[in-house]
Every structure is written in C-alpha cells, then in structure tokens.
Design a protein around this ligand. Sequence first.
Ligand SMILES: Cc1ncc(COP(=O)(O)O)c(C=O)c1O
Length: 387
Amino acid sequence: MNREVKKLQKLARPHVLGLVPYSPGRPIEEVQRELGLDEVLKLASNENPLGPSPLALQAIREGLQGLHRYPDGGCHNLREALGRSLGVKPEQLCFGNGSNELLELVTRAFVGPEDEVVMGHPAFIVYRSVCRAVGGQVREVPLKEFTHDLDAMLQAVTPRTKLVFLGNPNNPTGTCVPVTDLYNFVRELPGHAILVVDEAYREYLPQHLQPDLLRYIREGRYLLALRTFSKAYGLAGLRMGYGIGPPEMAEILNRVRQPFNVNALAQRAAVAALDDTTHLEETLRITETGRQSVQSLLEGLGLSYVPSVTNFVLVNVRAEGAAIASALFRKGVIVRSMEGYDLPTFIRVTIGTPEENIRAIEALGTVLEEMEVAVKPSSPPGGRSGK
Ligand SMILES: Cc1ncc(COP(=O)(O)O)c(C=O)c1O
C-alpha cells in the first residue's frame, strides 16, 4: 500500500477501515473486452433478462428534453401513482436511488455507534455494510435451512436493537418465510425495534406468499417495507426504489436524504412501468418457467440447490464456488460466487432467458467435468436436494 493511502487511512474513522467495498457483478462490456468474446451471459446480479418495459423506454425518450432541469425532489407523479396502486397515502411513501439508498437512509437516521441491528446470515450483504458504516453493532442470526429463523431473530432483539432487517424473499438463498410466521414476528417484535422488510423480490412471489404488511403499518407498527424497480420492472440501471411506512417514517427519511436523490428519468420510467402489466406478467412468466428449467437441469447434473421463489437460484457445486465461477467466467458466463456470504461451495445463478438458462447450466456441467468434480448421482448435505 502506498504511503499516501496509509496517511489518508489514519485520518479516516476507524470503523470505516473495517468496511469492505461492495463488489458488484462486472459489466458485460468489460468482460467481453477482457475475454475477447462476442457473447457474454450475465447471470450475476438478478436483473431482468427481458429488458426494460417498452412503456418505460418511451417515457424516458419523452423526458430527455427536460434534462436541463433538476428532478422533482418530491417524486410527485410517482408518489400519486404508487399511492393509488398500493392503496396507501402518498405521504407514506419515500423514494431512493435504488432501494439500496433507502437501506442506508434508514440506518443513518436511526442507528448510532452503540445501537444494534439484527439481521439474518447469510442475507443481503448491504444490511451489514450500512450498519457498520455508521458504527452500529451487527447482530447476525444464522438462517435455518436457508430460511430466516424468526424465533431466533426475535431472541436476538435487545433493548439496544434499533433496526431489524429482514429480506423476504432473502438474497442469496431465494427463500421466503411463511406469511403467518411473519405476522407473528411483526406482532411479537418489541415496539422500540423498527422492522425493515426488504421486498426487492416480492413481485416474483405467488400471491399466497406475499404478506400484507400494510395492515401493520396502518395499525401504527414501526415497519418499513422496501421495494424496487430494479428486478421485476427491469429498471436496475436507472436506480429507483421506494419504501412504504407510516408517514412519520417517510418524514424522518426525508431529513437525511439528498434533495434530488432520485433522477428525473427514473421517476418517469417508474410511473410508466407501473402501468405496463404486460411486461410485468411476461417477466413473471419467463422467470417461473426459467426457474423450473434451471432447477431441473441442475438435478440432471446431480447438483443440489435451494428451491427458490425468486429470479435466482443458490447452487451447491460441491467444490470451491469461486473456482467454479472463475471457470464459468472464462467461458463467458458470469455468475456470483458466494464466499462473501460464507457459502464457499455455492454459486448464485440468476434466471435468464430460456436460451441463456440452458447455455449457463450446460457450461456449468462442462466446467464441473473439466474440474473433475464428482457430482452424480448422490446429493450431499449442505443444500436441500431440489427433488
Ligand atoms: C435483497 C435485495 N435488496 C435490495 C437490493 C437493491 O436493489 P436496488 O437496485 O433497488 O438498490 C437488492 C439487489 O440486488 C437485493 O438483492
């Protein structure tokens, strides 16, 4: 490390030096350049393989002429549209530069150095990093069978707990908790602990697994449900997420956000995407059939995986996941290795188009053969058999 970096590090706040920068999936163009490949499959960031909604694209084109203006800092049109579609008051909504920003804002607003934040493990890595960034105390509760252990999470709550993060469905496992268990959890959680339910993948859930959290918000519970336009709505590149909570929650988050945190094109595109039910339905359809196809192809390879309710699948490759992901990468298939989630023998594969799914799992089969990883026919422990 060079001297200048070291000097600057002495000036940084100590807990910041303990943070690890988030490592995002690599852009396709960069990988194409590096490998000299024409075609690269990116199945690493749980994006929508169908692309953005055509209505959103049209709205973006129409908005280009206004780019010399600042965006509407209050997201008026989107607020009204979402309020109507969700049946909530507009003032219950808050908006972020992706739901990631809202994770950060809620932490910044409520968590200080002595405060505790309860979360599952493994869960979305950003929960941990936003908490550590403010010097908060991370209380990680191991998942049970790859699913949040709500009883254990409840027990982990102390008088010092400020926030509880619950990814439902959870990334990277692709599981969700039964709605009745979640309702009990909400009811039993002590009133001083704010529950943040991260619903980034909610749209992929069948109706009976989609919890009605709004009724607890109406009852006055301190609960913030976070959603995003990055996944099922196919707008990850625009960065648009929103939260639904009591009006007092939105009011507090408004105090810590930047005045123009959500850009003008994202606001327009989101309003249009909300209306594009055709695009959403097609997304859900290809995800559902794609997931079934990926899961049965994995079974064909003798691999176990965690049955998923989302647009990605966690696969136990029974070898070093990072090595398998690198070998796949060299073949132009980008997936996510999971050592950062303490799942060293797993990779996470996003559901793509039907062709992409077949290509990716075939490539995985080839890599396993080349690396002489014995997979067939038994299913080892460490991942539920998909069968
Ligand atoms: C569980 C979970 N929450 C939140 C996000 C962030 O989404 P956004 O693009 O809205 O910031 C992701 C993205 O991968 C995620 O997996």
